[in-house]
Design a protein around this ligand. Structure first.
Ligand SMILES: Cc1cc2nc3c(=O)[nH]c(=O)nc-3n(C[C@H](O)[C@H](O)[C@H](O)COP(=O)(O)OP(=O)(O)OC[C@H]3O[C@@H](n4cnc5c(N)ncnc54)[C@H](O)[C@@H]3O)c2cc1C
Length: 401
């Protein structure tokens, strides 16, 4: 295959920037152009709900050093929104109507926070969290004594609650599900996070949805009105698939369908990160995850595919969180309501590892405040190892791996 002359990347987030870096690492010498609608050089999102929101740092972590784009001849076109892709003509069109040609196109457009479709759901006072501006604006409001309502007890809602408590705000978290993070972690692990936040004086309003937002707070489905100086909506994110959909690309699982090597249904168009519904060889199913590691690793992997390799992306999902003094890593892909949960260690002390087993094979593992077994856990999860609950509870994990 002839080497492409011009590779265009839409999206200046982690996945797009990682792809640009990997193209150069692989020795590609042609043009690399990255279009991004934000004003900043590519940065990573996890700190926006952690160190940056806590006030431990004042700028997000950059994906590359500031001089990377110049020294590596990556043309970074910031504050430009791409509004259309023409896969027949091989051009992308920006919001000024200018057309930019490509030989290969990588889509890395990420996600946008969801809003709730209820009365008041678009009120300007509602805060969501996706950009550095969102994080700094919210941080300015998380003052000592402020009352903060967080709608949504997922990862971002929980991290915002922890940051707000650190700033001395009073915090109430509302969610229609009876436990935080239950959909991902199941009931027992959901209780761990419920109790963690309760021990830091967060008030839970679980099992009740939000019927509407007002200028003073939220109205719950049971008729209760809660008031808050700050209202944060953390009800998940929607992948930015509009461009791909309008261009006629195949979709799946709410994202852009890509094969094992991250190719979309259109010739010479690839997709990575939050938007990619990837045919995962390890699981024999499509996997679309919104994780930092997935964006970074798929971004790096797609460079090889773009340059003509045909290697499947095999990496198991990985994510992490930090809340108060609890740090955890999760590897793999479990169905927490269905798979068998096995716990090793001390849950009450929040120092343990949870495992999820299906048909005698390890689907996922979550280490909480335990950092010695990462390599062994990765190997066991990658192999979907055949292990018994008894082995997981009692044996040295390094010997099992
Ligand atoms: C606050 C927060 C905390 C998180 N914490 C964690 C964590 O602790 N652990 C973890 O595993 N994951 C975490 N995540 C998730 C993780 O950061 C994301 O999954 C990852 O950043 C996705 O990368 P991406 O490149 O696909 O998308 P993004 O980072 O969203 O980048 C996409 C970029 O494309 C731009 N763009 C979109 N459309 C266009 C267009 N048409 N034209 C031009 N530019 C466009 C967007 O403006 C954006 O800059 C967190 C996410 C958030 C928001």
């Amino acid at each position: 295959m002839a080497e492409p002359q011009r590779i265009v990347i839409i999206g200046s987030g982690l996945a797009g920037a990682a792809a640009a870096g990997a193209l150069r690492e692989r020795g590609y010498t042609g043009d690399v152009v990255v279009f991004g609608r934000e004003a900043h050089q590519p940065y990573e999102l996890p700190a926006l709900s952690k160190e940056l929101l806590l006030g431990d740092i004042d700028e997000p972590h950059r994906v590359h050093e500031p001089d990377f784009y110049e020294t590596q001849r990556v043309e970074l076109r910031l504050k430009i929104e791409i509004t259309r892709i023409d896969v027949g003509e091989r051009v992308v069109v920006d919001s000024t109507g200018a057309a930019h040609s490509y030989d290969r196109l990588i889509l890395a457009t990420g996600s946008t926070p969801r809003r709730l479709p209820v009365p008041g759901g678009e009120l300007p006072r509602l805060r969501t969290l996706r950009t550095v501006e969102d994080s700094l604006a919210l941080r300015a409001e998380l003052t000592d004594g402020a009352s903060v309502l967080v709608v949504g007890a997922g990862w971002i809602g929980c991290e915002v609650a922890a940051a707000a408590r650190r700033h001395g705000a009073s915090v109430t978290v509302v969610d229609p599900i009876d436990l935080p993070l239950r959909r991902v972690l199941g009931p027992r692990m959901g209780e761990v996070f419920r109790d963690l936040h309760a021990s830091h004086d967060v008030t839970w309003r679980l099992g009740v949805g939000v019927d509407g937002f007002t200028e003073s707070g939220v109205r719950l489905a049971d008729g209760t009105e809660l008031t808050g100086d700050v209202v944060v909506v953390a009800v998940g994110a929607a992948p930015n698939t509009g461009l791909a959909q309008d261009a006629g690309l195949a979709m799946a699982e709410g994202g852009v369908a890509v094969d094992a090597a991250l190719r979309t249904s259109a010739p010479d168009v690839f997709a990575v990160g939050d938007i990619a519904a990837h045919q995962h060889p390890r699981y024999g199913q499509r996997v679309r995850v919104e994780h930092w590691a997935n964006a970074k690793d798929q971004g790096a992997h797609v460079a090889g595919t773009v340059l003509g390799l045909n290697e499947p992306y095999q990496t198991a999902p990985y994510f992490y969180t930090d809340q108060y003094d609890l740090g955890m890593e999760y590897r793999g892909l479990a169905d927490a309501e269905r798979d068998e949960l096995v716990v090793r260690g001390d849950v009450a002390a929040r120092e343990f590892t949870a495992f999820w087993l299906r048909d005698g094979r390890l689907r996922a593992a979550m280490n909480v405040n335990q950092w010695d077994d990462g390599t062994a856990l990765q190997a066991l999860v990658d192999a979907q190892a055949a292990v018994s609950p008894d082995q997981l509870r009692n044996l040295d994990l390094a010997n099992l791996a």
